[in-house]
Design a protein around this ligand. Structure first.
Ligand SMILES: Cc1ncc(COP(=O)(O)O)c(C=O)c1O
Length: 405
């Protein structure tokens, strides 16, 4: 069948596929531990639930403006002032069906076919596919020094006359690394000098540890007029544990937002009215759930890192935030897809292969589960990989016997 070339070049979302596989195995009664997940397990804030239920009960659930309701935009404006120290106007804001849609619509608004989008590796799995979907060319930048903290000089080396945008995701999925303020400053200044669009994917910005605070990229911009190319992405999915509500947003110049709004208006119209009400309520409501999630994740991170340290050969960089850890398993396998499949087959632990994030030999492990998931999950991985481990492992009543070297 002659389907489109772009369509055929897009790979399936590995992380969503893994969720499916885990659900099927669980439904069969398999004792699966899911360390592959990208969503917090806590409940959505009560304010969000009550507000959404109220609108549904009214029976008056209608289209909203394509760029979001005035009420949600006001909540985003207030949020931007509180966390970025920046006052914006409603015309600087678009609410979308998740941060994912905001990024996609931003790329559609700024990129021509063949133009290049740069992002440091390891990177979120969707960036390359999103760039390809608009006919653009994704350009991942591997870290020259092998660290999870990109340097401007590495990025500079990949800039060509086709480069149009740079996507920065900090704290980062999959590494949990929060890039230093100095790097954010350098990127903003560099993009302004070269006329590039910096896209700041800040979806995890409040989920940071060890006393770190969210960084505002606006501080480093010399030009916040309507010519500014800075696009800031955020949303309720991660910090408010509202992944299924599908609300994210972008804050940018009025020119960029008006083009994004036109695109979104023909693509999906405004996001769901019910979910916008819920997101506004979460942003305006009691914020204790965010801090409580942040503290839980920091504790989970500590437990995971400690457990991994007891694992000979596995190297772990301590994540600064998010709910991911990205240990180096190259001492055990150079092929992360094979390793991840092996761990699922043998000990029923779901992990995400590092190659999907542009870094082979690593696995992304999630700290979203319970402490028991984390400790038992890592113990099972260790048992499967460590040649000195005992021959048998009990998972509940089930006895596993090592039949591999
Ligand atoms: C780095 C990054 N950006 C954006 C998103 C998308 O978030 P949303 O659920 O708001 O679409 C994710 C979700 O996994 C992510 O990890």
């Amino acid at each position: 069948m002659n389907l489109s070339l772009i369509g055929k070049s897009i790979s399936e979302s590995v992380t969503l596929k893994l969720n499916e596989t885990a659900a099927i195995l669980r439904a069969k009664g398999e004792p699966v531990i899911h360390l592959g997940g990208g969503e917090p397990k806590s409940r959505a804030p009560l304010d969000a639930i009550v507000a959404a239920a109220g609108l549904i009960n009214s029976g008056e659930v209608r289209y909203t403006p394509a760029d979001g309701t005035p009420a949600l935009k006001q909540a985003i404006i207030r949020y931007t002032e509180e966390f970025y120290g920046r006052k914006v106007e409603p015309e600087n804001v678009i609410a979308s069906g998740g941060a994912k849609q905001s990024i996609m619509v931003a790329l559609q608004a700024i990129l021509n076919p063949q133009e290049e989008v740069i992002f440091p590796a390891p990177y979120w799995v969707s960036y390359p596919e999103m760039a390809k979907m608009v006919g653009a060319v994704p350009v991942p930048v591997p870290p020259e020094d092998g660290s999870f903290y990109p340097r401007l000089e590495d990025i500079e080396r990949y800039v060509t006359s086709y480069t149009k945008a740079v996507i920065i995701n900090s704290p980062n999925n999959p590494t949990g690394a929060m890039y230093p303020e100095q790097f954010i400053a350098e990127i903003v200044e560099f993009c302004e000098e070269r006329g590039l669009f910096p896209i700041m994917d800040d979806i995890y910005h409040r989920l940071v540890f060890d006393g770190k605070r969210p960084i505002s990229c606006y501080k480093f911009s010399k030009d916040l007029s309507d010519n500014s190319k800075l696009i800031v992405i955020n949303g309720v999915s991660k910090q408010y544990a509202m992944t299924g509500f599908r609300i994210g947003w972008a804050v940018a110049s009025k020119r960029i937002i008006s083009v994004m709004t036109n695109i979104q208006s023909h693509q999906t119209s405004g996001p769901s009215a019910v979910m916008q009400v819920a997101a506004a309520a979460a942003l305006n409501g009691i914020q204790s759930s965010v801090e409580s999630l942040r503290m839980t994740l920091e504790n989970n991170r500590n437990v995971m890192v400690e457990r991994l340290r007891a694992f000979d050969g596995v190297k772990t960089v301590v994540p600064d935030g998010t709910f991911y850890c990205f240990p180096d398993f190259r001492a055990y396998s150079k092929d992360s897809t094979k390793l991840s499949k092996f761990l699922l087959d043998k000990v029923r632990v779901v992990t995400v292969p590092g190659v999907e994030f542009g870094m082979e030999g690593f696995l992304r492990l999630s700290t979203c589960g319970t402490i028991k998931d984390i400790t038992e999950g890592i113990d099972r991985i260790k048992w499967a990989l460590d040649p000195n481990a005992p021959n048998e492992l009990f998972i509940g009543e089930r006895k596993l016997v090592r039949d591999w070297a």
